[in-house]
Design a protein around this ligand. Structure first.
Ligand code: ASP
Ligand code: MG
Length: 409
């Protein structure tokens, strides 16, 4: 007998049939003698719909009221899942975030979990009940209803698994696990049996978004090993865990793709202290999320900086940079380019293997893919390419690192 904490996302509870499916899955675990706590999201689309209604009424809904509103989505699904379980004869009970003892802190709509008081849940478990817990919500120090940011049910599930010292934590979703690349693009992408927390975080930040990143950070901090798997079949998924020696034997764990990127280059920047700060501060004030930053050494006392961002932000970036240009002196120019994409190789094996970048660039060169910008971290190499070449680029790099073949370790 094990204590299993599961999380079912919006798609997994997206219709009454799906809710019945969830109930059946929980019943199967129960029949094997396990204790089950399932954290659930709002039914797919519900949170968006609630946000839509709020913004139709007002362009600046009060964040306190957004928390009150959005938390109702999860409250609907926990009650419905419990009812479906009752129909199957399973003794189940729903708990809201507050009842689950989830204590939060921070500003409205962006809560962080402070602690969990598991007494009520432990009592229910002792009585043999299945618990269905609302994700995405908790009770703030000052007694307010609090939500945890979009995708926050992942965080709720990891935190509940940690607080209850669960034997197993499963994130059930609409994909089979984490893949070496996007299977819609790279046909021979493989499901990874396991991945380290850091690789999962890098994959998420480079376009392979399976879970809310904060939940993975939380899992890493508290050592919660979890599995990402499908709620629609019984295939084994991907285990996300602390890295171990064998993991380093594989050079690259995955290849991520991020489309719809744009580049802004500012030329003729005086090579003086404070210039980069001036430029970046004005982009930050305009709330533009900068991704890659590349700058070259100055030539003739003038430097140039390039940044990438989502192409939706390009217009706002241009507007924000206009007043700054004037202060940089007459030689500066802003050049923009949309229609680019980012390709990233991620793997902790990079730390102990040399020549990884060379191998990646060689594969791209041989395929006739031109590289725009390059950035690296300890476990990641990212390049920009023209967007129309991104799929080919992903395929050749995937093949170059033999990601289609299961590694021999
Ligand atoms: N329902 C919330 C959202 O859509 C939380 C979640 O699904 O994890 O963001
Ligand atoms: Mg979700």
């Amino acid at each position: 007998m094990a204590l299993i904490v599961q999380k079912y996302g919006g798609t997994s509870v997206g219709s009454l049939d799906r809710i019945r499916n969830v109930a059946n899955r929980i019943k199967a675990l129960r029949d094997e003698g396990n204790q089950v706590v399932a954290v659930v999201s709002a039914m797919g689309g519900v949170t968006d719909k609630l946000i839509g209604m709020a913004t139709e009424l007002t362009s600046s809904p009060a964040e306190r009221e957004m928390d009150v509103l959005l938390s109702t989505g999860e409250q609907q699904s926990i009650a419905l899942v419990v009812m479906a379980l009752h129909e199957l004869g399973i003794d189940a009970v729903s708990v809201t975030g507050r009842q689950a003892g989830i204590r939060t802190t921070g500003s409205h709509t962006r809560g962080r979990i402070n602690s969990i008081d598991p007494d009520l849940m432990n009592g229910y478990l002792k009585d043999g009940k299945v618990i269905i817990c609302a994700g995405f919500q908790g009770l703030r120090e000052d007694g307010m209803i609090h939500t945890l940011g979009r995708g926050g049910s992942d965080l709720s599930a990891i935190a509940v698994a940690s607080a209850l010292k669960a034997d197993v934590c499963q994130i059930l979703t609409d994909v089979d696990g984490v893949y070496t690349s996007d299977p819609r693009v790279v046909k021979d992408a493989r499901k990874l049996p396991e991945i380290s927390y850091d690789e999962m975080l890098e994959m998420a930040s480079t376009g392979t978004k399976v879970m809310q990143s904060r939940s993975v950070e939380f899992a890493k901090k508290y050592g919660v090993v979890f599995e990402v798997r499908s709620s629609l079949n019984n295939n084994p998924g991907t285990i996300v865990t602390e890295e171990h020696d064998q993991m380093e034997a594989v050079v690259i764990r995955g290849v991520s793709i991020e489309r719809s990127q744009a580049r802004v280059t500012i030329t003729g920047i005086p090579d003086e202290p404070g210039m980069s700060a001036t430029i970046l501060c004005c982009l930050a004030e305009a709330e533009i999320n900068i991704d890659m930053i590349v700058s070259n050494i100055a030539y003739d006392g003038l430097a140039r900086h390039s940044f990438t961002m989502h192409s939706n932000d390009l217009g706002r970036a241009q507007a924000a940079l206009k007043p700054v240009l004037a202060t940089l002196g007459g030689n500066s120019e802003v050049l923009t380019e949309a229609g680019i994409a980012k390709l990233s190789c991620v793997g902790i094996g990079m730390r102990s293997h040399s020549g990884v970048a060379a191998q990646m660039f060689k594969a791209l060169g041989e395929a006739g893919v031109n590289i725009g910008m390059i950035t690296t971290s300890e476990i990641k190499i990212s390049v920009t390419v023209e967007e129309h070449q991104i799929e080919d680029a992903a395929r050749v790099v995937h093949t170059a690192f033999e990601l289609d073949k299961a590694p021999v370790v």
